[in-house]
Design a protein around this ligand. Structure first.
Ligand SMILES: Nc1nc2c(ncn2[C@@H]2O[C@H](COP(=O)(O)OP(=O)(O)OP(=O)(O)O)[C@@H](O)[C@H]2O)c(=O)[nH]1
Ligand SMILES: [Mg+2]
Length: 395
């Protein structure tokens, strides 16, 4: 196997980087060699995830950010996951790029990636490609994902800073965006702020954030007109002020916990049956989301209490199994304070209250995504066994 290109890629050679990405995407032995070689060089780049609804203005925003970052002398690599419109050379990058200016710019590298439905989410290759860009010395890495389904949530686990794009006039989709994404956004960007509805979108976002109990580290809300460049400088200022560079490598195993727990939930029949999705995970805590559907509704026309318990139990089960030991619920109480309707998105946040070698105590707070209303609380006691969780061994 000729591996000279790996070294060249890590030195920033563009053709070699392209070749390395293809090797990572196709897997196999050279992918392994690349991963091995790049480990030592990771952790320098600021990885910025940009997600939001289809057609929300993500690519236009990314193009404007590239321009601004280049003016500040920073190099930029972009991974567009499952783009519905071609990224390189197309109109999405604006006239200057179309005219070939950006392609000949050595400081910008853009690549489209297919998400291949690995565990119902993001292709493994995407996270490898981010690591490769990082190891190849790019200052900023931007990852664009469409906010539909699990992949946008998953990709943001690999980002130091998460931008959620909210274009004006979303209507009912706003709730789906809020469900789960609210928890992960560091910055909300109201795109297309030249459109009249943008004031309302901004006001909606601010009203929603005002409901949050956790007042510190509230996400910023910024208005941008990417087509004219208005607001882009201010956005890049905010991004550059964040001390976030490289934190994805320092979060105490959060990435590992997330990867492990995605496997658990993907292989859980009840989670699949009821439509539960993993939003966030770290050791000892998890956040899930679930949209209340007709199949969850009881004879009274409200969400069945058992569905709430199932959701909470799943969140709790993942949280207590995230530490390498098999743990199982031995006692749990559910108290419900608000009835839930079809169409609502539920968020379940499970966290550890205390844990000894044998016994763990956990709580799950279930809330409604649209207004953060308190829905239910679960308290559970788990028994910890002296062996790993069953699903943990098949790596
Ligand atoms: N009025 C206005 N239109 C914009 C702005 N930014 C983007 N658009 C338009 O919105 C449409 C979608 O923009 P994209 O940047 O391709 O959106 P996207 O979110 O990347 O779309 P997908 O990748 O297909 O999900 C295009 O027609 C853009 O010209 C803006 O600031 N103002
Ligand atoms: Mg796009």
């Amino acid at each position: 196997m000729n591996t000279a290109f790996i070294q060249q890629a890590l030195e920033g050679d563009r053709r070699a980087i392209g070749r390395a990405i293809s090797a990572l995407e196709s897997g196999g032995e050279s992918a392994y060699a690349i991963r091995h070689a790049m480990v030592a060089k990771q952790g320098r780049a600021h990885v910025i995830g940009v997600t939001g609804p289809p057609g929300g203005g993500k690519s236009t925003l990314v193009s404007a950010m590239i321009r601004c970052l280049r003016e500040r002398g920073l190099t930029v690599a972009v991974a567009a996951v499952d783009p519905s419109s071609p990224f390189t050379g197309g109109a999405v990058l604006g006239d200057r790029i179309r005219m070939g200016e950006r392609q000949s710019d050595e400081g910008v590298f853009i690549r489209s990636l297919a998400s291949r439905g690995h565990l119902g989410g993001l292709a493994t290759a995407a996270s490898d490609v981010i690591d490769l860009f990082d190891a190849s010395g790019f200052d900023v890495i931007i990852v664009e994902t469409v906010g539909a389904g699990q992949s946008e949530v998953e990709i943001t686990r690999y980002a130091d800073t998460k931008i959620v794009v909210c274009p004006p006039g979303l209507g009912d989709d706003v709730q789906a965006i809020k469900a789960g994404i609210l928890e992960i956004a560091d910055v909300f960007v109201v795109t297309k702020s030249d459109l009249p509805d943008s004031r309302k979108t901004e006001a909606d976002l601010r009203a929603m954030l005002a409901l949050r109990k956790e007042k510190n580290a509230l996400p910023e809300v910024l208005k941008v007109v990417a087509t004219s460049g208005d607001g882009v400088d201010a956005l890049v200022d905010v991004l550059m002020q964040r001390p976030a560079r490289g934190v994805r490598h320092e979060v105490g195993g959060a990435r590992d916990a997330y990867r492990q727990l995605s496997k658990f939930i993907a292989s859980d029949n009840v989670a699949n049956l009821l439509g539960m999705e993993l939003v966030a995970a770290s050791r000892g805590s998890t956040t899930l989301r679930m949209k209340v559907q007709r199949k969850h509704i009881n004879f009274n026309g409200k969400c069945h209490g058992g569905m709430l318990f199932s959701l909470g139990d799943m969140a709790l089960g993942l949280a207590c199994n995230s530490q390498g030991h098999l743990a199982t619920l031995v006692d749990g109480q559910l108290s419900i304070s608000t009835a839930v309707d079809e169409g609502d998105w539920l968020i379940a946040h499970a966290y550890e209250v205390s844990r000894s070698r044998k016994i763990g105590s956990y709580q799950v707070r279930i809330s409604r995504a649209s207004d953060d209303a308190h829905i239910a609380l679960i308290h559970g006691t788990v028994y910890v066994l002296d062996r790993p969780p069953v699903g943990a061994n098949d790596d």
